[in-house]
Write a protein that binds this ligand. Structure first.
Ligand code: RP5
Length: 164
C-alpha cells in the first residue's frame, strides 16, 4: 500500500496532527511524519516533496497555521494529491490559515479540510488510497456503519428521555 506523508509547519501543530496519525494507524495505513515549514525549512520541504512519489507515497497531508503556505508549496512540487489542514495558531482563530490554504490559484489544487480537521484529512487520504484497494474500502464502509450505529444509539437515548 502507498504511504501517506504527513507534514506540519511546526511541532506546535502536533497535538492536532496526532489525530491524523491515530486515524491512519487505526486503518493500518502506513505513514511518515515530518516537521517541514514552507518558511523556516523550505529546502527540506521541497526535497521531501520532489521525491515523495518515488519514495512510495500516494497522498500528502500538510498542516500549517498563520500565513499557511505549506500545502500550496508542497502541491507546487508534486502531482500527488495534497490535503491541507488549516491550523489555529494565532488570535485570528485559523481563518487566516483557512484562506491561505483553500484559495489556491488554478492549476495547483489543494484539497482543504476544516480548520483543525485532522480526522477528516486522514479519512480523505484513506478514501483516495481505497480507490484501488477493496480491503481498505471495506474498512471505510465498516467505520461508516459503526459511526451511524453510534449516532442512532444517541438518538434512541434522547427519544427515550423526551418523547412520551
Ligand atoms: C506555522 O506557524 C506552523 O504550522 C504553526 O501552525 C504556526 C506557529 O508555529 P510556531 O511558532 O508555534 O512554531 O508555520
Amino acid at each position: 500500500m502507498k504511504k501517506v506523508g504527513i507534514l506540519m509547519g511546526s511541532d506546535s501543530d502536533l497535538p492536532v496532527v496526532r489525530k491524523t496519525i491515530d486515524t491512519l494507524a487505526s486503518f493500518d495505513v502506513p505513514y511518515e511524519v515530518h516537521v517541514y515549514s514552507a518558511h523556516r525549512t523550505p529546502a527540506q520541504a521541497q526535497s521531501f516533496t520532489a521525491s515523495a512519489r518515488e519514495n512510495g507515497f500516494g497522498v500528502l497531508i500538510c498542516a500549517a497555521g498563520m500565513a499557511a503556505h505549506l500545502a500550496g508549496a508542497v502541491a507546487a512540487n508534486t502531482t500527488l494529491p495534497v490535503i491541507g489542514i488549516p491550523m489555529t495558531s494565532s488570535n485570528l482563530g485559523g481563518m487566516e490559515a483557512l484562506l491561505s490554504t483553500v484559495q489556491m490559484p488554478s492549476g495547483i489544487p489543494v484539497a482543504t479540510v476544516a480548520i483543525g480537521g485532522a480526522v477528516n484529512a486522514a479519512l480523505l487520504a484513506i478514501q483516495m488510497l481505497a480507490i484501488e484497494d477493496k480491503d481498505l474500502e471495506k474498512k471505510l464502509s465498516d467505520k461508516r456503519a459503526a459511526d451511524t450505529a453510534a449516532v442512532l444509539a444517541k438518538n434512541d437515548a434522547v427519544e427515550a428521555e423526551f418523547n412520551h
